[in-house]
Design a protein around this ligand. Sequence first.
Ligand code: NA7
Length: 544
Amino acid sequence: MSNPQTTSQPTRLDVIVVGAGFGGMYAVYKFREMGYDVTGIEAGGDVGGVWYWNRYPGARCDLMSVDYSYGFSDEIQQEWSWSEQFAAQPEILAYANFVADRLDLRKSFRFNTRVTSAIWDEAGKLWRATTDRGEVIEAPFCVMSTGPLSIPKDPDIPGLDRFKGQLLRAQKWPHEPVDFAGKRVGIIGTGSTGIQIVQEVGRKAGELFVFQRTPSWTLPMRNHDLEPDYIAEMKKHYPAMREAMRMNPTGGTRPVSTRPFFSLPPSQRQDVMEHAWQDGGHTFLACFSDLLSNQEANDQVADFVRAKIGQIVEDPKAAEALKPRGYPIFARRPCLDTEYYETYNLPNVHLMDCLTDPIVEITETGIRTEVGETELDMLILATGYDALTGALLAIDLRGRDGRLLRDKWASGPRSFLGMMVEGFPNLFATSGPNGPAALANLITIAENDVDWVANLIEHMKAEGLASAEVTKAAEDRWMNLVLALAERSLVRKAKTWWVGSNVKGKPEGLTMFVGGFNKYREHCEAAAASGYADLSFEKALEKV
Ligand code: NA7
């Protein structure tokens, strides 16, 4: 690989990979192992993707650590041992670094470099990517592993740039420790990120003011250390476990129930819900099959969880404000917490209910709501992301005939399997917006997608094909399926980043594949088994 200086001559590769999160890391490894000249381009300073940036206190994955890890290398899964059931960000980042060291990945990446444009050259049958360092890189294949959560979104509140105190963004957290002791800290946002921060910072700050607009559903995580015996057992059975994950709608090991809620008598339902609450994690979803399709069943679980909130939070007014209403439980990403609700029983933690007293502006010294101003030394933004499509659309991506992806997706993302877009030959996305994306284990999806793309490229090489493009008919067929399944899911009923409603002007709609990872994988396999009948190919002048 030539050096990463600005050059006037384009660098020629076989494959460009964008992103050094878990998808991009595996993609670079896979293509390198296959003998291709591949380089990964990453805006961050090192590997890890979202886990490189999200260093806020309390950052933790809400998937079990043994699930949220690579299965492609038995050496790696045997050598690495997780310390907790749900790993914290430092351990996940350490894992990403371990993998990068173990596979010597960094030599194939350019860090601190952002791809600003990628343009299909029809004559050369290649992608020409430009970076913010002025480099031009050409390759027949371009793989976007840009991640569903990589473009932070500031709140649209006037005055943000006026604040004279310390402003902290959860998604771009400083690498140095932040001291909250004795400080008046405000936080805007109570999604998964805000909840993780509140339960941590509430115990450290002088005063914590939580500006909550929509209360989230959150369930006890019940995290714990992993015992050596458990880890040894896992390692013994990793191959079977990974196979089970591939068969599972979540892409993880948690079993999925086949028992509808109302198939049990009321007292047994109550017992099962109590067990799920005590067990922690996403056990509710392992207990009932229809919580995302049967509104009545969903309502009963929602009532159960609201009652729990009322039992934990001592101040009745705060308890009421913390109870989510008006949208189904699990239709927003269900958060997992550790004594989040208990945090509101601390005398220094104050819930600021923005539904009854909306934020008007951010001032030099704090936050002004309709009722008055709260003075702050520090303000934390946990206001989410321009998710799923944000990172792809941030790049000036032009396909055949100069067609812009932004134009094609003006009414929402459309693709085949979340991986290929009609009009954009040889461009691939891993964990793309029309696959299972946020609804299943992203590492399982990324491995599936990278393998699928790798197999396609091998097929093209064997057949002497220069370009592959999904047909419009196949893309339409996939999107019809995605949208028909979405129509039946309660997930579309909440206003969230899952449906794009958190970003002003973004087209709204549930465009993820809600049929489960296992079904998604079957569709991917069928597409390959058909000899890629959904794609049109062009012959190569010379083999790649
Ligand atoms: P989320 O889940 O999108 O949460 C963002 C939060 O920020 C949410 O509570 C929003 O309230 C709040 N927000 C955004 N803008 C405003 C304004 N202007 N005023 C008040 N509150 C605001 O992002 P997270 O980072 O927490 O989680 C993203 C994913 O990461 C999560 O689902 C997991 O998969 C991991 P709103 O709901 O819009 O009323």
